[in-house]
Design a protein around this ligand. Structure first.
Ligand code: FES
Length: 76
């Protein structure tokens, strides 16, 4: 099981995570892969300066873009 946490604190939210949660939901739903993913939002982790932040299996990814997230998920 892969756990993806998307920071939905105000800084990450306005830096792009407002669209990331929906983007990931669509990507997972349309993926032909048998992905076992738990996708959740999380509160600010006080790492705002690095945002938008996404945590995949508790590893932090900073300044994330949708393209970067696809690459990470495809490598799983
Ligand atoms: S808002 Fe995401 S780390 Fe603070």
């Amino acid at each position: 099981m892969t756990v993806i946490k998307v920071c939905l604190g105000s800084s990450c939210y306005v830096r792009g995570n407002n669209k990331t949660l929906e983007f990931l939901q669509d990507y997972i739903a349309k993926s032909n892969k048998d992905l076992s993913v738990e996708l959740v939002g999380c509160r600010c982790t006080n790492l705002c300066q690095d945002g938008p932040n996404v945590f995949i299996n508790d590893k932090k990814y900073s300044n994330t873009t949708h393209e970067q997230l696809i690459k990470i998920l495809e490598a799983l």
